[in-house]
Design a binder for this molecule. Structure first.
Ligand code: NAD
Ligand code: MG
Length: 387
């Protein structure tokens, strides 16, 4: 039996993990589940998996959660401090599945405490990868990527001979606008952007997949997780999302991990590591899949790729600012306050306006994130006034 805590239990990744737990409940003891605002769903999930403790970030939902769990013995906490505190409770596996930089503090706290950190929350790695890695090195925590591309790379990467890796190649589905002209992208709606052709995911990452910012963030995530440098990270568009990424070795061997596009497989790999467990994910039928295609990624139509690579190269606070401005931009796009093409444009303007701020220590990262958000909001407000 393994004890597990899930940060972001009500999300797409959190729910997929809970489906895995329900598939073989004898294997898992759920300690804590967390959610931002959805008290009703959090209470249901806690009841189903027998969680001991739940945390709701939105304090105004505390009473609703307490009522929903009355008589069950499940301990209820509320607020952001409680969220971070929950990461100090001893468990063997922590699934970091909050979306956005909001997941940074609990993820970092869990890395300080130890155990397996199954990390889906790529934004935390983008903003504070070195801090999370250093904390894990001190505590002995094992960071295991849940993001399907990084999980694939992890499975085929020769960590004993990293110098024999020529490059890693992240596969990208290309998103819903893979073949669309820039002109047509100008008027796409949030509904079109979140309708991903292959993966079913939360709204923010779905929009990121449409702009390809998701792949940009994943380049930065890869540089944090693997002993490789920016020039060794490539991207190839693979619309079927069956090859989850490649590692190319100096001898010309290309190693890959394949499977149906179902997050339950990488989540299971990280949660059960180093064991492998049976999952309800559909097995890959190669004959039915028949055709795997690959094409170049187009940085002109998808400028987020260029911005992310530049931010990775620049280092320092650039990834923090890129991520924060993108979070602001995606939220405004989903609220129909800016257009689809404004998302990378807002990131680019914010990066230029903020310039470099110190981002080595945690409080500097937090300050830089806040500063970038307010600059991005101010620029977007000006756009709205002008429109
Ligand atoms: P989601 O929007 O479906 O769920 C997000 C979860 O985080 C919810 O439980 C929500 O309550 C919680 N949350 C949101 N804002 C919060 C805040 N401010 N404070 C505390 N909790 C908050 O997101 P998702 O699609 O499950 O993605 C989660 C993370 O995993 C993201 O970083 C995403 O990039 C990554 N990821 C997701 C997928 C996928 O298939 N969905 C694949 C790879 C990586
Ligand atoms: Mg991914």
């Amino acid at each position: 039996m393994r004890s597990v805590t899930i940060f972001g239990a009500t999300g797409s990744v959190g729910e997929a993990a809970l489906a895995l737990i329900a598939h073989d409940p004898a294997r898992w003891q759920v300690d804590t589940l967390t959610a931002n605002t959805n008290a009703k769903r959090l209470a249901e999930l806690a009841g189903q998996c027998g969680a001991r403790h739940v945390v709701i970030c939105d304090e105004s939902k505390r009473d609703e959660l307490v009522q929903a769990l009355a008589g069950t013995g499940v301990e209820v906490s509320a607020g952001r401090a409680a969220l971070v505190e929950a990461a100090s409770r001893p468990v063997e596996v922590t699934l970091a599945a909050i979306v956005g930089a909001a997941g940074l503090l609990p993820t970092l706290r869990a890395a300080e405490r130890g155990g397996i950190i199954a990390i889906a929350n790529k934004e935390a790695l983008v903003c504070a990868g070195p801090l999370i890695l250093a904390a894990a090195a001190r505590s002995g925590a094992r960071l295991l990527p849940v993001d399907s591309e990084h999980n694939a790379i992890f499975q085929v990467f020769d960590f004993e001979r990293p110098e024999r890796v020529a490059r890693i190649i992240l596969t990208a589905s290309g998103g819903p606008f893979r073949q669309m002209s820039t002109e047509d992208m100008r008027s796409v709606t949030p509904e079109q952007a979140v309708a991903h052709p292959v993966w079913s995911m939360g709204a923010k990452i779905s929009v990121d997949s449409a702009t390809l910012m998701n792949k940009g963030l994943e380049m930065i995530e890869a540089e944090r997780l693997f002993p490789i440098a920016e020039p060794q990270i490539d991207i190839v568009v693979h619309p079927q999302s069956i090859v989850h990424s490649f590692v190319e070795y100096v001898d010309g061997s290309l190693l890959a991990q394949l499977g149906t596009p179902d997050m339950k497989t990488p989540i299971a790999y990280a949660m059960a590591y180093p064991d492998r467990i049976e999952t309800p994910a559909e097995k890959l039928d190669m004959i039915a899949a028949a055709k795997l295609t690959f094409e170049a990624a187009d940085e002109r139509r998808f400028p987020a790729l260029r911005l992310a690579r530049a931010a990775l190269r620049a280092g320092g606070s650039s990834p923090v600012v890129l991520n924060a401005s993108n979070e602001v931009a995606v939220e405004r796009f989903l609220d129909r306050r800016i257009g689809f093409l404004d998302i990378p444009a807002l990131c680019e303007e914010t990066l230029a306006a903020v310039g470099n701020c110190p981002a080595g220590h945690l409080d500097e990262v937090v300050d830089c994130d806040a500063r970038a958000r307010s600059v991005a909001a101010r620029i977007a407000d000006e756009w709205e006034k002008r429109a």
